[in-house]
Design a binder for this molecule. Sequence first.
Ligand code: GLU
Length: 149
Amino acid sequence: MCGIVGYIGTREAVPLLLEGLKRLEYRGYDSAGLTVMTGDDLDTHKAVGRISELEKALGSNGDRPTSTIGIAHTRWATHGAPTIANAHPHVSCEGDFAVVHNGIIENATTLRKKLQTLGHVFTSETDTEVIAHLIEEAYQDNLEEAVRE
Ligand code: GLU
């Protein structure tokens, strides 16, 4: 069963997200990842296996992104093998939206085909990735509205 952590505040996000994922380790998982906002950009890091592998992928403290906003996920695969490409967060084509998700999207194949005809390029086998592209497709100037749609 996956674990999801989010943080927005004044403290460094990466250590808090990693600590949150560790506290959720009891739920079981096959891979892990996080995305933080650095200025206007999203910075995503992923690893297969334990949280310690994600910590290695993030490098030493000096190399880690500095941010006060982020999301993190431990994955229990349902759609696609446990690989780095399939680990969450999943990011939209232009890199503006990152998504973590727990569960199954029943109509993901239909949505994926529809989004591909609209020009969206998928980089994973997951059902989750359709959410990032759907939000990108719906977004005009209001994130809440795009997510609701
Ligand atoms: N269905 C999604 C996937 O396979 C989410 C799995 C989960 O809940 O961790 O990536």
